[in-house]
Design a binder for this molecule. Sequence first.
Ligand code: KG4
Ligand code: ZN
Length: 359
Amino acid sequence: MTALAPEGRILGIETSCDETSAAVLDGRGALLGHVILSQDVHEVYGGVVPELAARHHLQRIDSVVEATLAQAGIDFADLDAIAATAGPGLVGALLVGFTWARAAAFALDVPLVPVHHMEAHLFGPVLEDPEAEPPFVGLLVSGGHTLLLYCPAWGEYVRLGSTRDDAAGEAFDKVAKMLDLGYPGGPVVSRLAEGGDPAGIRFPRPMLSNRQVEGDADYWDFSFSGLKTAVLNRVRPLQESGEIDTHLGDVAAGFQEAVVDVLVSKTMRAVEHFDCPRVLIGGGVSANTRLRAELEARLPEGGRLFRASPRLSLDNGAMIARAGLFRLGRGEVADADTAVQPNLPFPGMIPLTSHAPNA
Ligand code: KG4
Ligand code: ZN
């Protein structure tokens, strides 16, 4: 059930990190307008500078929304609800989008729907594939988070594992920085990896071993900071001897292979545990072609991989609008006390130990 009529219009606003984005969906979830503006200013600094991110959101949000509404062929007054990212993310950046949305919702007298950024990444594939529905094993891999979960129904998430240190995307970004390849690192490292031999340099698979059994503390969790150090130890002598350029492809491919192997192996553990061959991936790293290919290859027969096109895998307003549509349908709207939270807890998350199968 959705509280929005099929011909209703919801605006989604995303400003949690370095993309200023807005989208309009109708009540059926069809995408009518979508603008994503990436802030290239951070490239100069090799990472996102929070103050600059907030300032750039503030400077651009009006025109991003205007362009989105124009694409959708509607006026401001045609909106029936506004959804905005309330967290997790950079507090200053979140504040710009959420406060803008609150003011707009107040002016229009329409509901404001607070959205969890990572739950919204689960809705990325839904925008393009009507079959991307629970039950599924969910793998969320972004610049700030790495989370493995099982979703029996929208809004119910069984927590399996998360990273104990760096996120998967962060590892790509740090390796890129180490190799002077700029920011963000994922796209450039994966491009370089295409020209390298994945078996040329073997890096360790952190927290992955055949001896692990369910119940072990590290069976579901991830860790990527040791891998980053292993890459650094391998790269430094090559940089010092001036040989790095001829080995870049192999370093990138070997690193990517280690990340992908860990992510896919743990995802397949979840597939087996829940006897659920349906896997949905979201977040910036889910745009990685090697990750997608390996997941498809290791899924059991009859399995399905749900993933969004790269544009909808990375941060975008459309997934915020789509998650907002779901939350609005449950009557979950903001009140005067709703505030942004940099560490907003994932809604509806329960530990594996309290999940009763088929309950
Ligand atoms: O979801 P996202 O756009 O922002 C966050 O919520 O963090 O994810 C951004 C992350 C960055 O760390 C970026 O390096 C990574 O996704 N990324 C990739 C690829 N494209 C983006 N990582 C690996 N392969 C890619 N093709
Ligand atoms: Zn994201």
